[in-house]
Design a protein around this ligand. Structure first.
Ligand code: BTN
Length: 318
């Protein structure tokens, strides 16, 4: 019911009378008043003026499902949302939902994480109410070997959403780092549950440092606020990430990976550069020459041999 009232308040620029609300929602005016109180307790600023009715003045800076779903207009992503004030990691919650058979597109989102994790065993700083920390469950009809395509797709979607909402276009460092002025502003973590030749589900984890102060971030990281010197709406950014992800995911399933790969290359900071890549098997130096159709990075070593890496940490060599 609270959702419905909120929806009507948001749709209405001016005042909406208690009578109108009680008629539309088929509850008493006392009931409406009670729900308004509850919304106020959640941080919504609502005025009530005799003879005019109610008006929403402001919404709290929270990633409530009803905020994200308002005017979202996606078909799959974000139709179902699991919202948390604090979780150890949205990845774990999403993984459990995936195992329980939740439909594709389910979103797990949190205001803070106590054990946010990044790639290669690193952590992800997740202070309360400052960043976007979310995981999306997808069930792509892909073999496990092609799941890296989803990481690249997500990096493109997040970069485009950041550009739309801030005017700053991040560059992508293979496979999943989004950088502004060479400092990391967002990252993507892909985990999957699969059989030998079939993906059961994939969890795409996205972390964006939105209004995060520098002192909560590791060295070489930044936030959108830090770069632009202004505050950004986490709700609007989350909505745009979902829209862009849905757009590119539709492309992937409909037409294949090539248009995503092309867009990724346009945004890439990695290609045609001398790099050093480290993974569990050790270090390798060479020039990053291309991305393969499965999302792997092709490196021409100093010996002229071309090798492919599916994972690893890239640093730019000079
Ligand atoms: C990386 O750059 O290493 C990936 C970072 C991914 C962070 C996000 S925040 C939401 C989700 N939950 C996690 O614990 N990690 C991902």
């Amino acid at each position: 019911m609270q959702n419905k009232i909120l929806h009507l308040l948001k749709k209405n620029d001016g005042y909406i009378s208690g009578e109108e609300l009680s008629h539309a929602l088929k509850i008493s005016r006392a009931g409406i008043w009670k729900y308004m109180q509850e919304l106020r307790e959640h941080g919504y600023e609502i005025v009530a003026v005799p003879h005019l009715g109610y008006k929403l003045l402001s919404s709290p800076d929270k990633l409530f499902p009803e905020e994200i779903q308002f005017d979202l207009k996606t078909k799959i992503l974000g139709k179902r949302i699991s919202y948390h004030e604090t979780v150890p990691s949205t990845m774990d919650v999403a993984f459990q939902w995936g195992m329980d058979g939740t439909p594709e597109g389910t979103l797990v989102i949190a205001e803070s994480q106590t054990k946010g994790r990044g790639r290669m065993g690193r952590g992800w700083s997740s202070p309360k109410g400052k960043g976007v920390y979310l995981s999306i469950i997808l069930r792509p009809p892909l073999p496990p070997t092609q799941v890296a395509q989803l990481t690249l797709l997500s990096a493109v979607a997040v970069a485009e959403a950041i550009e739309d909402k801030t005017g700053m276009l991040p560059q992508i460092k293979w496979p999943n780092d989004l950088l502004l002025h060479h400092k990391k502003v967002a990252g993507i973590l892909t985990e999957l549950s699969a059989e030998t030749d079939r993906v059961r589900f994939v969890v795409i984890g996205i972390g964006i440092n939105v209004n995060t102060p520098l002192n909560s971030l590791p060295p070489h990281a930044t936030s959108l606020k830090q770069e632009a010197k202004r505050h950004f709406s986490r709700v609007a950014l989350t909505q745009d990430v979902l829209r862009k992800m849905e757009f590119w995911y539709g492309r992937l399933l409909g037409e294949g990976f090539s248009s995503i790969l092309q867009r990724w290359k346009e945004l890439s900071l990695t290609l045609r550069r001398p790099i050093r890549i480290s993974d569990a098997s050790g270090h390798l130096e060479g020039e990053a020459i291309d991305i393969d159709t499965d999302g792997g990075l092709l490196i021409r070593c100093d010996t002229g041999v071309i090798v492919k890496r599916m994972a690893g940490d890239v640093v730019f060599a000079h």
